[in-house]
Design a protein around this ligand. Structure first.
Ligand SMILES: [Zn+2]
Ligand SMILES: [Zn+2]
Ligand SMILES: [Zn+2]
Length: 286
């Protein structure tokens, strides 16, 4: 299974659009230990060559920077409707007159919550989507703890502690290889019931990427996102419950410019706890 980190920042990006803080200034200039790995765009990941998880306003840049043609994408999972994860305009462009030619497949399978679907459909109305724009999107909206199947992938929706309902993080299995990943962005520490569900399901994850938005915050601060201490805690819980094994590959991901350390410094800290650190364009095979 191939996993490509397309965008690894939180909502504002690094450097953030309007921000002149020391982190953003150094990331922009590539100085003070900040390198090109500290330039991070909004969320997106690609599984193999046909499946996108999240589709932000930086998606076109993801395609350009990684030499990818998104016309080959057959499947999509959207975690939640925040605009660093969902950008409805591109769906209008996909079905625009002459804007989305020679697609591998006219239909696009989308897995998301009912709320995310509602926001996307409202966006399409506002942005001038056509009847066919909607018809080409084939939605599956599993309830929490239910699964959807698209092509060879089974996607299980897990409730994220991130907004007032409707945010998911996902367990994704490629049935051809029997490999499973945990895509865990934009959530505070998962609920006990969610960890119980995963434990009782008997799943063993091969790869996990965990929300580390608030890198340096203390353990009591985890409203809507995790920080590094929560990632360490969650990893130990996944191992203790047998959901992860010693062979599971763990990444931290989805960083804000607040609380941010240069990539190379994060790598040293994270290595002590068995984590790797994402950056835009990184491809992992597992
Ligand atoms: Zn986000
Ligand atoms: Zn900044
Ligand atoms: Zn969010």
């Amino acid at each position: 299974m191939k996993y490509r980190f397309l965008g690894t920042a939180a909502a504002e990006g690094i450097p953030a659009v309007f921000c002149g803080c020391p982190v953003c200034a150094a990331a922009r200039a590539g100085e003070k230990g900040y390198t090109e790995k500290d330039v991070r765009t909004r969320s997106g990941s690609m599984i193999n060559d046909d499946f996108l998880v999240d589709f932000s306003s930086d998606s076109n840049m993801h395609a350009i920077e990684n030499n990818l043609a998104f016309g080959k994408i057959k499947y999509m999972a959207i975690t939640h409707p925040h605009c660093d994860h969902l950008y409805p305009q591109e769906f209008v462009n996909r079905d625009g007159v002459g804007h989305g030619r020679n697609l591998l497949r006219e239909e696009l399978d989308i897995v998301c919550s009912e709320k995310t679907k509602d926001v996307l459909l409202q966006g399409l109305v506002y942005l001038g989507g056509r009847k066919t724009t909607v018809e080409k999107l084939q939605f599956q909206t599993p309830a929490p703890y239910e699964s959807a199947t698209v092509g060879p992938y089974v996607i299980t929706a897990l409730p994220a502690e991130h907004m007032k309902g409707g945010a998911y993080f996902y367990l994704i299995t490629d049935t051809r290889e029997n490999k499973t990943l945990l895509h865990c962005n934009d959530t505070a520490l998962p609920l006990e019931e969610t960890l119980d569900f995963l434990q009782n399901s008997g799943v063993k994850i091969d790869f996990a990427e965990l929300d580390c938005t608030l890198f340096g915050v203390g353990f009591d601060h985890h409203y809507s996102h995790m920080g590094y201490v929560h990632c360490v805690h969650l990893k130990s819980e996944l191992l203790r419950r047998g959901i992860a094994t010693q062979n599971t590959v763990f990444y931290i991901n989805h960083f804000t410019h607040n609380d941010y350390l240069p990539y190379e410094e994060m790598v040293k800290i994270a290595a002590k706890d068995g984590f790797l650190v994402s950056y835009d364009g990184l491809v992992v095979e597992f």
